[in-house]
Design a binder for this molecule. Structure first.
Ligand SMILES: [Fe+2]
Length: 169
């Protein structure tokens, strides 16, 4: 079912009011992303922080919709590695995704299946565009929440496994 047209504010609160699906990812769910196992264990012994929240609109959606999500990626580190989203390719057909920074600062790491890696800035007033064929992960390099808007086709299928094998190295 395609969603009714809408015009709302570009904030998590506005999205939530408009019925967004909210997904919270905690460190325990994401611990496999980090290489410093001791740092993971140390942090989890003290609690299970929320690393990021995704506010997904439209919800529910139709495959002909555009996903217009807002993500809040909290500041933090596990060992030397900053808090990050779970990187993924879009399964074939591998379509593009664009990210617009709303506040905070970070980077979008993008990687092709042949291993080629690039880094794009994510900051207020910047659009960062990952064309088809580039996996993508956002990292928070600052000390305040990194809030960003992302848009992709609603027909995407997330492929986390290929990106995890390459792991943006
Ligand atoms: Fe994506």
């Amino acid at each position: 079912m395609a969603m009714e047209p809408f015009a709302i504010g570009l904030t998590p609160a506005d999205y939530e009011k408009h019925g967004a699906l909210v997904t919270r990812r905690t460190l325990s769910q994401l611990q496999a992303l980090y290489t410093d196992r001791e740092a993971v264990e140390r942090q989890l012994a003290e609690g299970d922080p929320v690393v990021y929240e995704v506010y997904e609109l439209p919800h529910p959606n139709d495959e002909t919709d555009l996903l217009v999500n807002i993500t809040v990626l909290y500041p933090g580190k596990v060992g030397e590695e900053p808090f990050m989203t779970k990187g993924h390719f879009h399964a074939e057909p591998d379509t593009a995704e664009a990210v617009i920074g709303l506040s905070g600062s970070g980077e979008m790491l993008i990687q092709r299946r042949n291993g080629e890696l690039r880094r794009l800035v994510v900051a207020e007033g910047k659009i960062s565009y990952a064309g088809g064929g580039w996996s993508h992960r956002v990292i928070n390099t600052g000390d305040v929440p990194l809030v960003f808007f992302a848009v992709s086709g609603a027909n995407i299928v997330h492929d986390y496994d290929t990106a995890a094998r390459l792991n943006f190295k």
